[in-house]
Design a protein around this ligand. Structure first.
Ligand SMILES: [Zn+2]
Ligand SMILES: [Zn+2]
Length: 497
């Protein structure tokens, strides 16, 4: 009798363990949202949140009942949970469910409030610039593994972090950062920490064998509190935060140009820790497959206080905002949309290189090449714009950014080398919407780009190269210094502000 009681307890215990595993094992639970552990740095250690907090309590209460009642109930609960998660999985677009978008939108609103708090103590903080810096560190972290250049990251990465040197026989190539987003900001007494989630692709070469991966990583940046962000010129390209010289540091982290020892976190952000949240082999075999369009019918996600932000923008530039909107929609959004997708359809972006940020250009090229690797090409024809609306305006000291939702319609299909259609349709128009984010350097008044000439020297804009630099005068055109550049495209089913 005693023995069977023991067995029942053991059984109950195993059920609890099983349920806990189910609740927290992806895709059952959302990615665990990291919280900082200690108070001295922000590195994502410590406890975890998220998941289904009530379930433990329910099971605990059930276990107080006699086993002949509790066990069937617990089994029923497990069956229900499995059914529920299967159903959720089926509806994936779980991302398309407006509830998920709403909950992510509310998380984003929290982040936005935290960014505003940070700007109060660092009026130079610019989200655009910070994320650009994060992308550069990420890129070089992989590109420079096991090379002498890796030392140039000394001021920007905690070299005591055990993840820093990956393995001498691993080489990373074709690193493409798809998107970055701030997912947390923490304020401690002496430091401030920012978590950035990064969606990327890279080719990993081990002993000559190449594998392309899609990865999702979380990087933790730290900086001393009360520091003013360095100006854009010093934030770009991992330059010395003291003199602005292009990154060239000793092993110890002293700038070879000005001789200043750059102590991590004193002037500039540095990486305290990072982790890979998911890594899957990137496969192009299904690239021509079309799913039914999702998210088109979802309501637009508007920034809180948008009308006010638009007024601030209008006042700053002396615009009547309604008149300005028409110019922006017509001469920027529509023009860019049509030009960029026409170039995309031709698999040749050189004619729109000056309209895209470096990162977006790189990301486009990645997808064009992914199609090419299968002998395919994606075509968008008969493009028309049905509507445009502004959903978001961000203004900081150095950059302005405007996000619009574009309602469009096009023949969207994939052809092989003999121009045979292998996916989509060249007869049926496909309605879709996308969120496009444009950025421009603060202080620039020009809305309309003269597409065909270099805005710096006036020469023909026919030699911009992959780097977006005019070959006639050497000026970089693709960073928003002259007019709007397209920085981000987000699909409607995932856009959450
Ligand atoms: Zn220096
Ligand atoms: Zn030029």
């Amino acid at each position: 009798m005693k023995n069977s009681n023991y067995n029942i307890r053991l059984f109950n215990f195993l059920i609890v363990v099983f349920v806990i595993i189910i609740m927290f094992y992806p895709p059952f639970a959302e990615l665990i949202y990291a919280r900082p552990g200690g108070g001295s740095s922000f590195s994502g250690g410590g406890g975890s949140g998220g998941g289904d907090g009530d379930i433990g309590l329910i099971i605990y209460i059930l276990l107080q009942l006699p086993p002949e009642i509790s066990i069937p109930l617990i089994i029923a609960l497990i069956v229900f949970k499995i059914y529920q998660s299967k159903k959720n999985k089926k509806e994936q677009g779980a991302v398309t469910s407006s509830e998920t978008v709403a909950s992510r939108a509310s998380k984003n609103q929290n982040i936005e409030n935290l960014v505003e708090t940070l700007v109060i103590e660092d009026k130079n903080f610019s989200k655009v610039l910070f994320l650009d810096f994060a992308a550069s560190v990420y890129n070089k972290f992989y590109a420079w593994q096991n090379t002498p250049e890796f030392k140039n990251l000394t001021p920007f990465i905690d070299i005591n972090d055990k993840n820093v040197i990956i393995s001498p026989n691993k080489i990373f190539r074709e690193i493409v950062v798809g998107s970055l987003r701030i997912t947390d900001i923490q304020f401690y007494e002496k430091i401030v920490g920012i978590a950035v989630d990064i969606d990327a692709n890279y080719t990993l070469i081990i002993d000559g064998k190449r594998t392309r991966y899609s990865v999702y990583e979380r990087w933790y940046f730290n900086r001393t509190r009360g520091v003013l962000s360095v100006e854009p010129e010093k934030l770009n390209k991992l330059a010395c935060p003291n003199c602005g010289a292009t990154s060239d540091f000793t092993d110890a982290g002293t700038c070879n140009s000005c001789g200043t020892f750059i102590e991590r976190g004193k002037m500039q952000w540095f990486v305290k820790n990072h982790k890979i949240l998911s890594q899957v082999v990137f496969n192009t075999s299904g690239i021509a497959h079309y799913e039914p369009e999702r998210g088109t019918e979802l309501p637009s996600v508007f920034q809180a206080g948008l009308a006010n932000k638009l007024n601030v923008f209008g006042t700053k530039h002396g615009h009547n905002i309604e008149i300005w909107k028409n110019t922006f929609y017509g001469s920027v959004v529509s023009e860019y949309f049509i030009k960029i997708y026409n170039a995309w359809s031709k698999n040749n972006l050189s004619s729109v290189r000056n309209l895209l940020t470096d990162r977006l250009h790189e990301s486009f090229m990645f997808w064009i090449n992914a199609y090419k690797s299968q002998g395919y090409s994606n075509k968008l024809e008969n493009i028309s714009i049905r509507n445009i609306e502004i959903v978001r305006v961000d203004i900081d000291k150095f950059y302005e950014s405007i996000t619009v939702r574009i309602y469009a319609s096009a023949l969207d299909f994939v052809v092989d080398k003999s121009l045979k259609i292998v996916g989509g349709s060249n007869r049926r128009q496909r309605d879709y919407t996308e969120y496009w984010t444009f950025i421009r350097r603060a202080g620039v008044e020009k809305d309309v780009f003269d597409y065909d000439t270099c805005p710096s020297c006036g020469a023909k804009a026919d030699k911009m190269g992959d780097g977006g630099v005019c070959e006639y005068c050497g000026t970089k055109i693709s960073n928003g210094d002259f007019s709007w550049v397209l920085a981000i495209i987000t699909q409607d089913e995932v856009y959450s502000g």
